[in-house]
Design a protein around this ligand. Structure first.
Ligand SMILES: O=c1ccn([C@@H]2O[C@H](COP(=O)(O)OP(=O)(O)O[C@H]3O[C@H](CO)[C@@H](O)[C@H](O)[C@H]3O)[C@@H](O)[C@H]2O)c(=O)[nH]1
Ligand SMILES: [Mn+2]
Length: 717
C-alpha cells in the first residue's frame, strides 16, 4: 500500500525537494595530494622502524601521527553539498506542513541571562512557518522564577513581534539582534518598527531590572499567578516539583504555542543534565502539540534565518532520498567572534569542510543544537519500520506534569533505547550515532545565511573546559557499548566509523602530542638528534609532510574565509587543547572507568564582565584564574623556552661546531622555535602583563619552578 502511495507522488510531482552534489574535480585533486602525503608518511614510518634513534618514545609519537592522519582523511575523502528547493516545498505542501516543536534548553539564570534566552525563544517563534503548526518549549533546569517571568513577558511581546516579523519580513528574528543590526532595513523607520522597538526596550528593561534586584514585580506575580503558584516557598534549583505553564495555547487561537517547563528535580535523583531535560520535553510536548518534527537549540542559539525550518523540511519531507534521513544538522555558528578568532571557536574548517565530508559518508554527527529531528526516530523507531499515525491526544495538565517527574523514567527505556541517551557528557553525539546505527542517515545543511548563531566562550579557561567535556565525552563513546568501532561495525559505513574516530580519538591524541613536543625540546636541549640530517635523502619526506600538510591547512582555512592570523591562532589552540583539555579529558575518562570520579557538565557562561569583554574584543588572551590546565600549559611553555634558549646559546658559544648542530638538529630547532613563537601570548600573560587577565602569579611561579627543575634534572642526567 505504502509503496503505491510513493509511486503516485513520484509520477505527479517528480521533482525532488533537495539535491546532493559532489565536486569531482576538487575531490580528485585532494586525493592525489593526499596520496603524495601518504607516500611520504610511509617513508617516515620506514625510517622510524629501520633507523635507530636514541629516544624511543618519539618513535611511537610519529607512528601515531601518521595513523591519525589516515583516519582524518575520511573527513575529506567524499564530501557532498546539499541544496534545498523551498519553492517546490511551498508548491507541493502550501501551509500543510507537519507540526514543529522547538525545544530550547536553559539551566542557569546567571550565566545564561533570561533576556538572551527569551530572544532565542522569540526568534524561533517567528520562524517562517504556519504559526498554528509551531510550538516553542522552554526547558528551565534552573527552575528559576526569573526565567519564567521573562518568558511570560516574552509571550506578551510575541503577540506584536511575530506578526511584525511576518508582515515586514524582517531578519534576523531575534529582537535584540534585529534592533542592534547596523544595516537597518527600511522598515526600521516606519511607525510599526518604532513601536516594536519601544515595546522591546520596555520589556528588556523590566526583565533586567528584575534580574538585577532579584525580585519579580508584584503585579507580574498577580498576572501570572497560575505559573508562580507552582513554586513552593522552599523550592531550590536542585529540589522542586514539576512546573508546567502553557503561556500561549495556539491550538485554540491559531497562533504559536509557548510553553514553560521546569522538570522535577530531587537531590536523590540524577537529572542527567541536558539529556534529561530533552527527554522530559519529548514526553511533555507529546501530550500538548506532539510535533512530528523537533528542532533543538541551546538557549543562546537564536534563529538567524527564518527559512531554516523550510530548508530542513525539504530534506525530511522529500519522498525519495529524504526518507532515509533522520535528522538535519546545521552548523554551530557564533555572533560574538572577533576577526582573528583568538580561541578558534568558529571551527571554520569543521563547518565548511569536515561536516560535508561526514555527510558524504552517511551523515554528520548530531551536535546538540540547530538540529531538526523526526520525533519518532528520537523515540526509537528503526529505519524501515512504519511511521505511526500522529495521535492528537491531549491530557489534563496534572497528568502531563507527571511525565516530567523524577520517578517517571524508573525502570523504563528512557535514556537508553528511547530518547536522548544518558551517561555521556556529549549526549548529542552518542544519540546521533545510535540513530545512525538503527539504519538512518543524517544530512548537513550549511546555507550562506547562517541558520542559527550563538555565543562562543570568551576566555581561554572556559574554552578549555568546554573542550575537555567534549573530548571526554567523545572518548567515552569510543569505550562505551555504542563504540563506533565495535558496535557500529556493519551498521554504518566504514568512512563514517573513521569520521567518528577523528573526534573520539581527541582525548587519547593528547598523549603523543605531549610526548612529542616535550621530547623534541628536551632532546634539542641535550643535543640529541631525533630527525634525519638536513642534507640527507631521509629528510625529504619529513620536510614534505611538514610543509605540505601545513600549507594545505592554511590554504583551506583561507578558502573558508579565515585570516592568516586566525589560522595561526587556531594552531595555538590546537596545541593548547591537546596539551590541556584533551589530556584532562583523557585522565577523567580513565578515572571514571575505574569508578574514581563521575563526569559533570560544566555549563559554558554566555556573559563576561566588562573589562574581560574589552580584552576579548582586543584579542588579548585571557588567563586570570588558577587552574591546573593553565599550570600545565605554563610549565610546558617555559620548558620550551628554556630548551630553545639553551640550544641557541650553545649554538652561539660553540660557533665552530654550530654548523654541525644546525645540520643534525635543524628540524628540532624549527619545531621548538615554532613552539616558542606560538606561545608568545602565554609568555606575555605570565611575565609582561599587569591587567586582571594575566596569568595568576602563583601559577607563573609554579610553572617556572617546575620547568626549571625538569631542565636541571635532564641536564644532570
Ligand atoms: O543540566 C543542564 C546542563 C545544560 N543544559 C543546557 O544545555 C545547553 C548546552 O550547554 P552549554 O553549556 O552551552 O554547552 P556547549 O558546550 O556550548 O554545548 C554543546 O555541547 C553540549 C554537549 O557537551 C550539547 O549538549 C550542546 O547542545 C552543544 O551546543 C545549554 O542551553 C544549557 O542550558 C541543560 O538544559 N541542563
Ligand atoms: Mn553553548
Amino acid at each position: 500500500m505504502r509503496k503505491e502511495d510513493d509511486r503516485f507522488i513520484q509520477v505527479h510531482e517528480g521533482e525532488p525537494l533537495f539535491d546532493t552534489r559532489r565536486k569531482t574535480g576538487r575531490v580528485i585533486a585532494y586525493r592525489v595530494f593526499s596520496a603524495s602525503v601518504f607516500f611520504c608518511i610511509c617513508c617516515i614510518w620506514l625510517y622510524r622502524v629501520t633507523v635507530p634513534t636514541e629516544i624511543d618514545e618519539n618513535r611511537t609519537g610519529l607512528i601515531w601521527f601518521g595513523l591519525y592522519w589516515v583516519v582524518v582523511q575520511s573527513l575529506r575523502w567524499n564530501p557532498v553539498w546539499r541544496f534545498t528547493f523551498t519553492d517546490r516545498l511551498s508548491r507541493r505542501y502550501g501551509n500543510d506542513l507537519p507540526r514543529l516543536d522547538v525545544f530550547v534548553c536553559t539551566a542557569d539564570p546567571v550565566i545564561e541571562p533570561p533576556l538572551m534566552v527569551v530572544n532565542t525563544v522569540l526568534s524561533v517563534a517567528a520562524l517562517d512557518y504556519p504559526p498554528e503548526k509551531l510550538a516553542v518549549y522552554l526547558s528551565d533546569d534552573g527552575g528559576s522564577e526569573l526565567t519564567f517571568y521573562a518568558l511570560a513577558e516574552a509571550a506578551e511581546f510575541a503577540k506584536t513581534w511575530v506578526p511584525f516579523c511576518k508582515k515586514f519580513n524582517v531578519e534576523p528574528r531575534s529582537p535584540a539582534a534585529y534592533l542592534s543590526c547596523k544595516a537597518k532595513t527600511s522598515v526600521l523607520g516606519s511607525a510599526a518598527a518604532e513601536e516594536v522597538a519601544r515595546l522591546y526596550k520596555e520589556m528588556a528593561e523590566r526583565i533586567e531590572t528584575a534580574a538585577r534586584l532579584g525580585r519579580i514585580p508584584d503585579e507580574a506575580r498577580l498576572k501570572y499567578v497560575e505559573g508562580f503558584s507552582q513554586w513552593d516557598p522552599d523550592a531550590t534549583r536542585r529540589n522542586h516539583g514539576t512546573i508546567l505553564q502553557i503561556l500561549i495555547d495556539g491550538r485554540k487561537a491559531n497562533t504559536v504555542t509557548l510553553v514553560y517547563l521546569s522538570r522535577e528535580k530531587r537531590p536523590e535523583h540524577h537529572h542527567h543534565f541536558k539529556a534529561g531535560a530533552m527527554n522530559a520535553l519529548v514526553r511533555v510536548s507529546s501530550k500538548i502539540t506532539c510535533g512530528r518534527i523537533i528542532l533543538n537549540v541551546d538557549c543562546d542559539m537564536y534563529s538567524n534565518n527564518s527559512k531554516s525550518a523550510r530548508d530542513a523540511l525539504c530534506i525530511l519531507l522529500d519522498e525519495k532520498e529524504g526518507k532515509e534521513i533522520a535528522f538535519v544538522q546545521f552548523p554551530q555558528c557564533f555572533e560574538n567572534l572577533t576577526r582573528n578568532d583568538l580561541y578558534g571557536s568558529m571551527m571554520r574548517v569543521g563547518a565548511d569542510v569536515e561536516f560535508k565530508g561526514l555527510d558524504g559518508n552517511g551523515g554528520p554527527l548530531y551536535i546538540g543544537t540547530g538540529c531538526f529531528h523526526r520525533r519518532d526516530v528520537i523515540c526509537g523507531r528503526k529505519y524501515g519500520e512504519e511511521e505511526e499515525e500522529e495521535s492528537e491526544d491531549t491530557s489534563e495538565t496534572e497528568m502531563i506534569k507527571a511525565l516530567a517527574s523524577c520517578n517517571y523514567e524508573e525502570n523504563s527505556q528512557w535514556g537508553k533505547e528511547m530518547g536522548v541517551k544518558y551517561g555521556c557528557p556529549v549526549e548529542d553525539v552518542i544519540t546521533g550515532l545510535a540513530i545512525q546505527c538503527r539504519g538512518w542517515k543524517s544530512a548537513y545543511l550549511n546555507p550562506k545565511k547562517k541558520a542559527f548563531v550563538g555565543v562562543a566562550p570568551t576566555n581561554l579557561h572556559q574554552m578549555l573546559v568546554q573542550q575537555r567535556r567534549w573530548s571526554e565525552g567523545d572518548f567515552q563513546i569510543l569505550l562505551s557499548e555504542y563504540s563506533p568501532v565495535w558496535y557500529a561495525q556493519g551498521k554504518i559505513g566504514f568512512g563514517l566509523i573513521l569520521g567518528y574516530c577523528c573526534f573520539c580519538l581527541w582525548a587519547p591524541s593528547s598523549v603523543p602530542v605531549l610526548i612529542y613536543s616535550v621530547f623534541t625540546s628536551l632532546c634539542l636541549f641535550k643535543g640529541i638528534p631525533l630527525f634525519p640530517k638536513v642534507w640527507s635523502w631521509w629528510f625529504i619526506p619529513f620536510g614534505y609532510v611538514t610543509v605540505a600538510v601545513n600549507a594545505y591547512s592554511l590554504a583551506e582555512f583561507l578558502w573558508c574565509g579565515g585570516t592568516l592570523r586566525g589560522w595561526w591562532n587556531e594552531q595555538r589552540m590546537w596545541l593548547y587543547r591537546r596539551t590541556s583539555s584533551f589530556l584532562f579529558g583523557f585522565t577523567d575518562t580513565i578515572l571514571k572507568k575505574l569508578g574514581v570520579s563521575e563526569s559533570a557538565f560544566v555549563i559554558t557562561a554566555k556573559v563576561a564582565e566588562e573589562e574581560a569583554a574589552e580584552r576579548y574584543e582586543k584579542e588579548v588572551m585571557e588567563f586570570g584564574v588558577e587552574s591546573p590546565m593553565f599550570l600545565l600549559l605554563g610549565t610546558l611553555g617555559m620548558l620550551h623556552l628554556f630548551c630553545f634558549a639553551a640550544a641557541v646559546m650553545r649554538l652561539v658559544m660553540t660557533s665552530r661546531e654550530a654548523g654541525g648542530d644546525v645540520h643534525t638538529m635543524g628540524m628540532q630547532f624549527v619545531i621548538t622555535g615554532l613552539l616558542v613563537v606560538i606561545n608568545w601570548p602565554l609568555y606575555e600573560g605570565m611575565l609582561l602583563r599587569k591587567d586582571k587577565g594575566k596569568m595568576p602569579r602563583t601559577v607563573t611561579v609554579k610553572a617556572f619552578v617546575l620547568a626549571l627543575s625538569a631542565c636541571t634534572c635532564i641536564a644532570l642526567s
